[in-house]
Design a protein around this ligand. Structure first.
Ligand code: UT7
Length: 329
């Protein structure tokens, strides 16, 4: 056990998108060759997505996570060897086991024996991972945690299913969370309801050397949409109320980037203008557990998010699992 600190604070962020950028027009043309009809107009109007990035064959989630982590570690001004906890949120791990976090630890050259593990909470994975790291830092179990969201969703998309394949992309985001006596993460809430399996899943498992069941994303889009709109604003309001601050004190919402309409609806419900929302879904599409740290790093590097500002991070995904984290950057 190390000494106990009152807060965990973000000291550095990073992100990485694989270089292969696929516009809606590229995807529409590719899908047409398979006999799958969609259009740039439909995708933009229903989701706000204009492009996504896809990783090349052979590239893994830990490869994307490595690039994001190196940036976050550099931004924090520490050496990789100073990291004493790694948590990776992913639904597209490199392997069944070991964890992607263990593979990342090795790629970072960290030999100090720090604990590493993955968190599987689909699109809310980063909010879950950040909350776990926060709790471990405040308990004195770690002082410099690397928290990563990394996904290669293109590998689990059925490109014959236009209701899902136009929505997702690949990428990674990372933060270094350090023990601090200054805030820091000031509130948060994680929730889940396993009764909604039917809304969103990749049902396959492996047995006897075979993949059993559908290894691609299955989603009831409108069902997810309704659930997300109802749930995200509620959890955000609860977190804000419990922290005892006013909504007007929030400088930025950094939401899970699945659909611009869901993001707009949550902001409207909270009474916040879209000027206070970091929006990256247009360029990244839905990168699941990577989407919040990718948006956070993008907002910081664009100069939108500044030190001392109050941020609300919120996400929802398969499970269903959802949550929100309130923090001073
Ligand atoms: O990260 C969390 C997981 N995911 C989400 O948060 C996604 C949540 N859901 C959504 O974002 C939206 O529900 C979608 C973008 C998936 C769909 O938008 P929607 O406005 O709910 O459309 P819809 O599913 O009700 O479909 C409307 C129409 C249908 O045609 P008909 O029955 O009206 O003739 C669909 O067949 O759009 C059709 N459609 C498409 N048309 C062109 C569905 N996908 C496509 C497509 N291109 N790619």
């Amino acid at each position: 056990m190390t000494s106990v600190s009152r807060f965990a604070r973000i000291t550095g962020t990073g992100s990485y998108l694989p270089p292969r950028r696929i516009t809606n027009h590229d995807l529409v043309a590719d899908l047409a060759q398979r006999g799958v009809q969609t259009s740039d107009e439909w995708i933009v109007e229903r989701t706000g997505i204009h492009a996504r990035h896809f990783a090349d064959e052979g590239v893994t989630s830990s490869d994307l996570g490595l690039q994001a982590s190196l940036q976050a570690i550099a931004a924090a001004g520490i050496a990789a060897q100073d990291i004493d906890l790694i948590i990776v949120a992913t639904s597209t791990p490199d392997m069944v086991f070991p964890s992607t976090a263990a593979i990342l630890q090795n790629k970072l050259g960290i030999t100090n024996g720090c604990p590493v593990f993955d968190v599987q909470a689909v699109c809310s994975g980063f909010v879950y991972a950040l909350s776990v790291a926060d709790a471990m830092i405040r308990a004195g179990s770690a002082r410099r945690a690397l928290v990563v969201g990394a996904e290669i969703f293109s590998r689990i998309l059925d490109f014959n299913d236009r209701t899902t394949c136009v929505l997702f992309g690949d990428g990674a985001g990372a933060v270094v969370l350090g023990a601090s006596d200054e805030p820091g993460i000031i509130g948060g809430k994680l929730q889940a309801d396993g009764a909604h399996l039917g809304l969103l899943k990749v049902p396959a498992h492996m047995a006897g050397g075979e993949i059993c069941g559908n290894p691609y994303v299955e989603m009831d889009g409108p069902g997810v949409f309704k659930f997300a709109v109802k749930t995200l604003a509620k959890v955000a309001e609860e977190v804000i109320a419990e922290a005892g601050i006013g909504v007007d004190e929030i400088d930025w919402i950094v939401p899970h980037q699945a659909n611009k309409r869901i993001i707009e609806s949550t902001a409207k419900h909270l009474g916040l203008s879209m000027d206070k929302v970091v929006l990256t879904v247009d360029e990244h599409a839905n990168t699941s557990a990577a989407s919040i740290p990718l948006a956070l790093d993008t907002g910081i590097r664009r100069g939108q998010i500044k030190r001392g500002q109050t941020l609300l991070l919120e996400g929802i995904g398969g499970g269903f699992a959802w949550g929100a984290v309130l923090l001073k950057y």
